[in-house]
Design a protein around this ligand. Structure first.
Ligand code: GDD
Ligand code: MN
Length: 384
C-alpha cells in the first residue's frame, strides 16, 4: 500500500496542534482506506524552548503509531520542510509527502482528495485557492486578497506557468519517485524562508508528468498570528524572478547560437563563391555548415543539461535535426511566397524578419525542446 506522510511544520502552535491531531489523525486518516497515512511534525524551537507544542505531540505519539516528531532550533520554514522531507523519504520510506499548515487554515478534510488524486496517478497535487471550489477567507480584507491574488498572478507570468492558478499555496502533495527524488533539497533557494516553496514548485512541475490542482478552501487563522511578513513576500518575488530569468537564459543561448549559425552561413557563401563552386553547391554546403554549427553549439551549450552523447544517438539526432531544419525551410518558403503574392515583391525584405521572429524562431525552439533535446516534458494539467 502507498505510504503518504503529511509533513507539518510548527513554530509555537500549542493552541492548534492538539485539535489538529484529533481532526487529522483520528478523524480523517481512517477515512482514507487505500493509503497508509502518517503525520510528521517538524517542531522548531527558540533557544531550546517552545510553547509546549512538542510535549503535546509527544503525548499524542504515546497512543498512536502513525505520528512522528522532529525537533530542532529554528532555522525557518524551508529548512523545516527540508528536514521533514528527508526524514519522510529516508526513514519513513514515504511514497508521497504532503505540505500542510498546523494552524487549521488547511482544513483536514481536504487531505483525502489530495491523496485520491495521487492514487489516481498525479505526481504533483496543488491545493489551489484560485480554481472553482477553492477560496480564501471571507474575512480577509480587500488589501490582503489583492496581495495574494496579484502576487500569484505575477509569479504565474514570471515563471511562464499560465495554466497553474495557485503558486504560493502551502498545501501540496509530491510523489517521491520521479519528482521529489530528482530534487537536491540541499540546494533549494531561500531555505530559511517561505519562498522555498516557489523553487520547490518550479522544480517539481518540471519533473512531474501529471500535475493536478485540487480545490482548497483556505480558512482564517483562529489562534495566534501568522508568521508571514513583508520580508517573506519580497523574497518570494525574488525567487520567482531569478527562476524566471534562468528559464530565459536558455532562450538567449538559443538565439546566440542561431546568430552564429547565420554568420557561418554568410561566411560559407562568401568563401565557396570565391572558390568558384557551382551555385547550388555554395548554398547547400554553407547551409549544412550552419546546421552543423547550430546542432553542435546547442548540444554543448544551450541544452548542455540534456546533452546528446554516444555516436549512434548523435547521428540519429543529427538526422532529426536536419529534418526539423527542413521544416523551417518549408515554412519560410510557403509563407514567404504567399506573402509576396499578397503584398508584392517590394515587401520581400520586410517579410523576412517577421517570418524569422514570429515563425522560425518559435518553431525551432519548440522542436529543439520537444523533439531534439526533449527538455520539455509537457506536463499534463488537470483540474479536479
Ligand atoms: N518549523 C517551523 N519553522 N514552522 C514554521 C516556521 C518556522 O520557521 N514558520 C512558520 N511555520 C509553520 C507555522 O507554525 C504553521 O504551521 C505553518 O508553518 C504556516 O505558517 P503561518 O504563519 O500560519 O503562515 P501563513 O498562514 O501566513 O501562510 C500561509 O499562506 C502562505 C501564502 O499563501 C501558508 O500556507 C504558507 O505556506 C503560504 O505560503
Ligand atoms: Mn497560517
Amino acid at each position: 500500500m502507498n505510504k503518504v506522510v503529511v509533513i507539518m511544520p510548527t513554530f509555537n502552535e500549542a493552541k492548534n496542534i492538539g485539535g489538529m491531531i484529533e481532526k487529522l489523525v483520528d478523524k480523517e486518516f481512517p477515512k482514507i482506506k487505500n493509503a497508509q497515512m502518517h503525520l510528521l511534525v517538524v517542531n522548531d524551537l527558540s533557544k531550546g524552548k517552545d510553547d509546549g507544542t512538542g510535549d503535546i505531540v509527544r503525548q499524542a505519539i504515546k497512543s498512536r503509531k502513525n505520528i512522528h516528531i522532529l525537533e530542532d532550533e529554528k532555522r525557518g520554514l524551508g529548512w523545516a520542510y527540508i528536514r521533514g522531507m528527508k526524514y519522510a523519504v529516508k526513514t519513513l520510506h514515504a511514497d508521497a509527502v504532503m505540505e500542510m499548515d498546523a494552524d487549521g487554515q488547511h482544513p483536514p478534510e481536504f487531505v483525502a482528495p489530495m491523496v485520491q488524486s495521487f492514487l489516481d496517478g498525479a505526481d504533483y497535487a496543488i491545493g489551489s485557492r484560485y480554481i472553482p471550489g477553492g477560496s480564501v477567507p471571507k474575512e480577509w480584507p480587500v488589501f490582503r486578497r489583492a496581495v495574494s491574488f496579484f502576487g500569484n498572478l505575477f509569479i504565474r507570468v514570471v515563471l511562464l506557468k499560465p495554466r497553474l492558478h495557485d503558486l504560493t499555496t502551502g498545501f501540496r502533495l509530491t510523489r517521491v519517485e520521479g519528482v521529489l527524488d530528482k530534487i537536491d533539497l540541499d540546494k533549494l533557494m531561500e531555505p530559511s524562508r517561505f519562498a522555498y516553496k516557489v523553487d520547490l514548485l518550479y522544480q517539481s512541475v518540471k519533473s512531474a508528468k501529471k500535475v493536478v490542482e485540487v480545490p482548497l478552501e483556505f480558512r482564517p487563522r483562529v489562534e495566534e498570528a501568522s508568521k508571514f511578513s513583508t520580508k517573506e513576500m519580497i523574497s518570494t518575488f525574488k525567487v520567482a524572478i531569478i527562476l524566471g530569468i534562468k528559464d530565459k537564459q536558455k532562450f538567449f543561448k538559443f538565439g546566440t547560437v542561431g546568430f552564429i549559425g547565420y554568420i557561418v552561413n554568410a561566411l560559407g557563401i562568401y568563401f565557396f563563391a570565391r572558390l568558384g563552386w557551382a551555385e547550388w553547391m555554395i548554398w547547400a554546403v554553407a547551409t549544412e555548415l550552419a546546421i552543423i554549427s547550430n546542432f553542435t553549439l546547442n548540444n554543448i551549450w544551450t541544452f548542455k543539461a540534456e546533452k546528446i552523447t554516444g555516436f549512434i544517438r548523435l547521428i540519429n539526432k543529427f538526422v532529426q535535426f536536419n529534418l526539423t531544419s527542413t521544416g523551417a525551410l518549408v515554412i519560410q518558403t510557403v509563407v514567404g511566397t504567399l506573402g509576396v503574392n499578397a503584398f508584392g515583391p517590394r515587401y520581400r525584405q520586410i517579410l523576412l524578419p517577421f517570418i524569422v521572429v514570429f515563425l522560425i524562431l518559435p518553431y525551432n525552439y519548440l522542436m529543439y525542446n520537444l523533439v531534439i533535446w526533449r527538455s520539455w516534458k509537457l506536463p499534463r494539467f488537470f483540474k479536479k
